[in-house]
Ligand binder design. Sequence first.
Ligand code: AHR
Length: 500
Amino acid sequence: MKAKMTVNNAFTISEIDPRIYGSFLEHMGRAVYSGIYEPGHVTADANGFRNDVKALVKELKTPIIRYPGGNFLSGYNWEDGIGPVEKRPPRLDLAWKTVETNEVGLHEFCDWAREVGSEVNMAINLGTRGVDAARNIVEYCNHPGGTYWSNLRRANGAEAPFKIKTWCLGNEMDGPWQIGSKTAEEYGRIAAEAAKVMKWVDPSIELVVCGSSGSGMPTFAAWEATVLEHTYEYVDYLSLHSYYNNTKDDLPNYLAMSEGMDRFIKSVVAICDYIKAKKRSEKVLKLSFDEWNIWYHSHKKDSKREPWGVAPPILQDIYNFEDALLLGCLLITLIKNSDRVKIACLAQLVNVIAPIMTEKGGPVWRQTIFYPFMQAAHHGHGTVLRHNIDVPTYDCDEFKTVPYVESTVIYNRDKNEVVVFAVNRSTDERMDFAVELQGFTPKDIIEHSEISGHDIKQTNTKNDGRVSPKVAQAAEVNGNQLNAKLKPLSWNMIRVKVDA
Ligand code: AHR
């Protein structure tokens, strides 16, 4: 098969906000306890955090991490996680039916995040808490000193404020599974009031208001519209959440699910712009896709669990090759929508539906999905170019005219390079992929790496990381055209040195 893409240096979508390569760490399962934190582990630092895990988080280069939840958030008292550890109360976590020890809290997490080179995207509880707790935590984290909460932070060991810029106003408040779930009216009001006072405490912060917990919710779209009616003036981002699965074991359909993500993003943009028009506002609302990933491998195992354990091994999806391909398509979709999607968080980071896995007392290892994410986080920076593509398509169960190639082209002016990410969805045919780079003088191929050639169900393990990028050397430049051969079922990253 053949595909021809055309881009032009002058026709752009947007600068990429690096925060679209964000991640998420919730107090649940083994994400924190025996994930990032395991005192007694041979690699643990003086504070009990595993250095081997830190090294892989750094390698992933995720610039921002959402914390501490998730469903956990809606029953969490942030004050339980400050002060002397021995005085912190263990609590029932009703979201995941576990016991939270509170050994790790706000200071420990902020220090860890700084060490791994990530910003914190702090979420506040609007399930069981409200405006008072919301204003207090901003004062605790961001006010320099001289007041009750800022002095308490200093007394607890952090002289300088944490300066947390991005804050989420609750989590999935439309979901009946949420502790303290709300109607759109109830949530819209409390979110508006919390947002107002949080920005009074620190006007420099940015706020994310909850959209629907998924596009399949019966209240989807009406929820967004009502919530934004109340909050539009006060907030900066609206959240989207979506998880994908191959429970049907239908590969062409599975790999087309990024089409669903694209449709979801465009629908939410339309709702935001409807409210903008209705309010005669100048403000363009941005999106935070702050939970996205593949989640289904662990469902069966998790349904048999006993409640009230500490850090039980839940949501431990083990990802395979087809998951890495879909993850690549989803990343490309986020990049193509970077004019509105400014933050996105791969859910989650360690052990819980995660690119990084640990064994208690043992090693840390990279899942298959680690790699497309890492390559995008390292090299997917600059300006996304508009493109035209002439490509064969297919129909499948849920989607029509799905392009066999999912691709995007980014121009990194600082590095004089053009970066192409591409997935060939065809199960059996190579794609001869040509990209005409109008307005550029391509020089050399810097790198063509691919993930391909595996059984679609091939996983990585602690001893075998075979699903990983390999040098492809199947790309060349000819005049202003890039020609690449994309193997069937392959993720590709092609970097081209250019003059512009
Ligand atoms: O990421 C796992 C869970 O998925 C989160 O806690 C919740 O927000 C979502 O339903």
